[in-house]
Write a protein that binds this ligand. Sequence first.
Ligand code: ADP
Ligand code: MG
Length: 325
Amino acid sequence: MLLRIRDLDVTYRTAAGPLPAVRGVNLDVNAGQSVGLAGESGCGKSTLAATILRLQPPSARLSGSVLVDGEDVLTMRWGPLRALRWAGASMVFQGALHSLNPVRRIGQQIAEPIRLHEPSVSGAEAARRVGELLEQVGLPASRAATYPHQLSGGQRQRVMIAMALACRPRLVIADEPTTALDVMVQAQVLTLLRDLVRDLDIGLLLISHDLSVLSSTCDRVAVMYAGRIVEEGAASQVFKDPRHPYAAALAGAFPLIGDLAARFGPAGLPGDPPDPRHLPTGCSFHPRCPVAMPSCAETDPPAVPAGPGRTAACLLVGDPEREPA
Ligand code: ADP
Ligand code: MG
């Protein structure tokens, strides 16, 4: 197992009190596998992603374990952590335009992590690897000589992916990598990520609030709500036949991938996710849930099996009398 997260809690200390952003999360990613993380804004996706490289601010309190290749990132010393951030796992962020240095050629920027991490690599060898990386992400090697402003948004995002691959990581975490791109370019970048996972045998954790992005790219998906994973399973099943009412509502908001007769209609859900500092009692989703029962305000449901290779955290799941048809 490349990535194995168990019982992870991440709580930010804030002036207005503790803010539990990630609560009791379990998640696995294998080599050669793409796992998607879905959920509305504020549900804890970016916090979970940052924790894998221990990139969250010092105000965060962590418990549980985050094993990358069997080593717990949460208790790792600085040396191994630094090595992990270079070569074990890497991150692709949203907004490539802003993370590239406008006054340096992109070839220099892609070469930088290689030269820092592997000081024995010669200039010529680094340049050769840059060319190879550019070709891997579908850009001509000659683009190494250009500046960021000479590239389109989609090309800049490819450069970001090339940088993430520069030190040959085994795990790539991509947080909303295509959100700023138009739909056609988005599809190309997603195809690229999917091909890289297959060809390089890397594990990919892909975060998006857009279910169509996840369903076209991922093998498995986890749906987060208020810091918890409320449903997890094969991507093809979770969105076509969601078991948790929140996953059903999300799928219903993307009618092209959900069942057209989506249970709660394509209008989506009223309201917003709760402020983690003031979580509702019981199931955090119950105030917005179209099928909530009185007991949902009392019991915070654990994740239970919801079919082969699937789990869901809902009192209705596993109860044949009440389960929604
Ligand atoms: P998502 O990526 O799903 O939108 P985030 O992980 O960014 O969710 O945020 C989860 C919760 O944690 C939100 O309530 C957000 O306001 C809060 N949060 C995120 N980063 C910080 C931080 N550095 N300090 C305090 N609260 C934070
Ligand atoms: Mg986010």
